[in-house]
Each structure stands twice: as C-alpha cells, then as structure tokens.
Design a protein around this ligand. Structure first.
Ligand SMILES: Nc1ncnc2c1ncn2[C@@H]1O[C@H](COP(=O)(O)OP(=O)(O)O)[C@@H](O)[C@H]1O
Ligand SMILES: [Mg+2]
Length: 261
C-alpha cells in the first residue's frame, strides 16, 4: 500500500533520508522509530507530497506521489507533528473546509458533526481554533485527517503532549482503523506505543533504515539477546549510553558528589 524505493533527500550537506527502501502492506500498523533528527518527519513529508525526493520514489497503492499528487493525496490522511490550523476558522469551519477540499459526497454537515462529537469537540465547535488547547488542536487535526476515510494514515509523533484520555483515544482510533483494514504509518520514539500497536517496525537513524520486521524478528536480530523493543532500539541506534552520560555530566556540571546513582 505504501512503498519507498531508494528514496534520498538532502538539506544542504545533511542527508536527512538516505536511500530508504521500505514497503508497508495494506491493513498494517507500521511503526517508524528513530531518535530525534533520524529522518522520520522528512520521510513522512516525502510520502505525503510536501517534499520531493532528490532520487527514488514513493508510491501510495499504484500511484507515484510525485507524478500523481492529487490521486495519491486523495488516499491519505496526515497528522503532522505540529497541527496546522487556520487560527480564525472555527473547528466546524475547519472540517467543512476539508470536506470540501476532498469533495466528499453529502451530507457533509452530518459527517462534520460526527467527527466533532467523536473527538469531544462539540462544545468548542464554533469557537476559533486559536482559542483551542494543544490537545484540542490535535484532536481537530485527527478529525481533519480522517474525515475522508483515507486508506493510509500518516502520524508524526501523535501522542506528543496529549493528556492520558486523548492518548487513549489515539490508541483506540488506531485499533479501529486497523480493524477497518486501513494502513497506518506511525512515527514515534515511544517504544510502548510501538510495542502495543504495531504489526511491524522499522528503525531509522541518521537517515538510514537500520532494521525492519516484526517485533519478534527484531528481537531475534539483537546480538545482545535484547528482550524489549527499547533494548533493540538502543542497541541498533547506539544512542542511549553516550547521550545519557552527557546529560548527567551537564546536570551535575562535573560535580561527582551530586551524580545520581
Ligand atoms: N527543512 C529543513 N532544512 C534543513 N534541514 C532539515 C530540514 N528538515 C529536516 N532537516 C534535517 O534533516 C534531519 C532529519 O530531520 P527530521 O526528518 O525532522 O528527523 P526526525 O523527525 O526523525 O526527528 C535533521 O538533521 C534535520 O536537522
Ligand atoms: Mg520529527
């Protein structure tokens, strides 16, 4: 349903995505894991057509995202890491606008109201988005991404900054989408989320895909016999011990007497 074929994207001298080849079959939740700056957001922007690759191609179903942007965009939903909302539109107007962009068949008003109710936004539906809290903005972004019932949903760090009930809603929605045979590409650095929801995961660092497979396959790849996804992630990306000691160093400013045990 989603394929990256030898996709490379650089910003100046930084290779944000380096020869990425990956396919996600329909009906799966795919977890895309990597430390900050690994290239996750850039990969998603390439897949949703916000960036064009320097080389390689991304396809949604049989459609090349660069060559058939409208066709491929009609099949996807996208919840970015920072929700983009027009500040002066109300939540209801935002969803009406998207329903029009996607040329949804009627009755649109009912569909808009259904998503406002589902996301517990009915009370704020007629207030402008710039009065919304972070969690409300995020829920509206979800509603906008799902209103046209997309085949593939791209989520960039979807539970970041959400309260527990919104985070729970996100998890429930993901399970629901999977039950409906939809495909989800989920970028996260939260291992529990990946472990709880994903059929398969890919681990990316410095633009390169380091490993890809089911959770069981990834565990089997671990040379140290890691039992959790977190251990496999840390082993493959090799980031944790150095980063942590650097943070401790900075926190205690070299004063070893205050170093936490
Ligand atoms: N628009 C941009 N201009 C310049 N560099 C960028 C831009 N977007 C991303 N990068 C760089 O590309 C690399 C990958 O970034 P990103 O895809 O945002 O990583 P992640 O989402 O995994 O944290 C980083 O080194 C980042 O600084
Ligand atoms: Mg990112």
């Amino acid at each position: 349903m989603l394929t990256f074929e030898g996709v490379t994207k650089s910003f100046g001298t930084v290779r944000a995505v380096d020869n990425l080849t990956l396919s996600v079959p329909g009906g799966q939740i795919f977890g895309f894991l990597g430390p900050n700056g690994a290239g996750k957001t850039t990969s998603v922007k390439l897949a949703v057509g916000l960036l064009l690759p320097d080389s390689g191609r991304v396809s949604i179903g049989d459609h090349d995202v660069a060559r058939e942007p409208e066709r491929s965009k009609s099949l996807i939903g996208y919840v970015p890491d920072r929700a983009f909302l027009y500040p002066k539109l109300t939540g209801r107007e935002h969803l009406r606008f998207l329903a029009a962009v996607y040329q949804l068949p009627g009755p649109r008003e009912e569909r808009v109201q259904k998503w406002l109710d589902l996301m517990q936004l009915s009370e704020a539906a007629d207030s402008p988005c710039d009065s919304y809290s972070h969690g409300m903005r995020n829920k509206l972004a979800w509603a906008g991404a799902l209103i046209h019932d997309p085949q593939v949903l791209f989520l960039d760090e979807p539970t970041e900054g959400l309260d527990p009930s919104s985070a729970r809603l996100v998890k429930d929605l993901l399970r629901l989408l999977k039950d409906r045979g939809r495909t989800v590409f989920l970028c996260t650095h939260i291992m529990e989320l990946a472990q709880a929801l994903c059929d398969r995961v890919g681990i990316i660092a410095k633009g390169k895909l380091l490993a890809e497979g089911s959770l069981a396959q990834l565990r089997a790849m671990s040379v140290a016999g890691a039992s959790s996804l977190e251990d496999v992630f840390l082993e493959l990306t090799g980031s944790h011990p150095a980063e942590l000691s650097g943070i401790v160093e900075a926190l205690v400013g070299g004063d070893r007497s205050e170093r936490p045990v």
